[in-house]
Write a protein that binds this ligand. Structure first.
Ligand code: ADP
Ligand code: GN1
Ligand code: MG
Length: 368
């Protein structure tokens, strides 16, 4: 789909003029553009079309983003040496003073200040990057721990509710709209074998043994901006910041960090675990989260490492069966390939569960 970006930009309060519009990032849901300024002394911008089929109430979503970024900036302002405008996203207002713009075709747009001299990585290359990633998400959870979660709107209801995800898969299997079930029987058996065990975190939550906290809910590694020295700078992609269990954020971060291959690797023999990167992430995460995690939360982290690739595989497979209506795809079997890669990763994680769990517990001992 092509958009008249210049026309859209004219509805936002920007300094200077746009010299270039560059499609940006590798996200599966929104469309992102980097806007360069004609005057190199003035800031660049990041324009995003928010997918309103996925996020049904964009005004409420943007209210969440405003609330969260204001809270983070307020907290950082009190910490010596911090730079709130570099470490937290800054929303650029639309000319009607709203924090988004809805065009005449019903598409929603938002703009952030572009954080220059930063990088995001689809795959982690070094232990330092993993360690910094752990610090970034640990700090994020810590700084939001005193924000009233009741103020946040649930942008996607039941986002990490595995029972709901499995129900949706079941419905898709029964409908089989694209006649694809015949190709995914092995994957369906894999899912069924593990379904009961994967409810553990949710059950602990329901029993009151795990606290609901404000979490990020999309802790892919490329949702952190690192500076040019690979130090963590800013957590981005705040669309799913909602109450949840810390194990979800931990599991989702590890899903992208520990895998030696991309999320959608076609050749599953390339999927291995990089345990030193896991260890480095855990060390960084506990530097901040060590101060607030309960014993049960610590125990839940390794379960999250299994749950999130499982749930992600379920989500990719559901989308494949439903006919690719949710994630952007780049080939007909892309969602199937993504699901298979997640299940291969999960098999490897299961075999190494004790090693991973031991690393978490040895690190936790230093803090709790
Ligand atoms: P998506 O929801 O599509 O994943 P993101 O908000 O994560 O979109 O943005 C996509 C990419 O754009 C990120 O991975 C990052 O590289 C870059 N990015 C996002 N926000 C900024 C920003 N404020 N400054 C610089 N780069 C950014
Ligand atoms: C989507 O938007 P993006 O690419 O950061 C998805 C995440 C998945 C991820 C898998 C709102 O994230 O939940 O974990 O793809 N976001 C939404 O790569 O569904
Ligand atoms: Mg993203």
């Amino acid at each position: 789909m092509s958009y008249n970006i210049s026309e859209i930009v004219s509805n936002f309060c920007i300094e200077g003029n746009v010299a270039a519009i560059i499609p940006y990032g590798a996200g599966h849901i929104n469309d992102t553009f980097h806007l360069k300024n004609t005057n190199p002394g003035l800031p660049g911008y990041l324009l995003q079309r928010i997918n309103h089929h996925v996020f049904e109430n964009v005004p409420a979503l943007m209210k969440n983003v405003q609330l969260v970024t204001d809270h983070l900036k307020g907290k950082l302002t009190g910490i010596p040496g911090s730079s709130p405008d570099k470490e937290v996203l800054t929303i650029v207002s639309a000319k009607d003073k709203q924090c988004f713009f809805c065009d005449e075709t019903g598409n929603y747009w938002r703009m952030y200040c572009f954080l220059k001299d930063t990088k995001s990585y689809d795959m982690v290359l070094t232990e330092q990057q993993a360690y910094e990633g752990g610090k970034a998400f640990g700090k994020f959870q810590l700084l939001l721990s005193d924000l009233d979660s009741g103020l946040l709107y649930e942008t996607i209801p039941g986002f990490h509710n595995i029972t709901m995800r499995l129900d949706r898969l079941n419905k898709a299997v029964l409908a089989d709209p694209k006649n694809r079930i015949k190709d995914v029987l092995t994957e369906l058996s894999f899912i069924i074998e593990r379904a009961d065990q994967m409810a553990t975190i949710m059950n602990l939550g329901k029993e009151g043994k795990l606290p609901l906290r404000i979490i990020h809910n999309d802790t892919k590694f490329n949702n952190i901006l690192l500076d040019m020295n690979d130090h963590e700078q800013c957590v981005i992609d705040l669309d799913t910041v909602m109450p949840g269990y810390v194990a979800y954020d931990f599991g989702d971060a590890i899903r992208t960090i520990i895998n030696t291959a991309p999320e959608d690797e076609k050749d599953v023999t390339k999927i291995e675990l990089n345990i030193p990167l896991f260890k480095a992430y855990v060390a960084g995460y506990f530097e901040y989260a060590g101060s607030f995690l309960s014993d049960t939360e610590v125990k839940s982290l390794s379960m999250g490492v299994l749950l999130i690739p499982y749930m992600q595989g379920v989500r990719f497979l559901t989308d494949y069966i439903e006919g690719d209506i949710y994630y952007k795809i780049h080939s007909t079997e892309h969602n199937l390939q993504r699901a298979r890669a997640q299940f291969e990763l999960l098999s490897k994680l299961e075999k190494n569960y004790d090693v991973l769990d031991q690393i978490v517990h040895n690190t936790a001992k230093k803090y709790i």
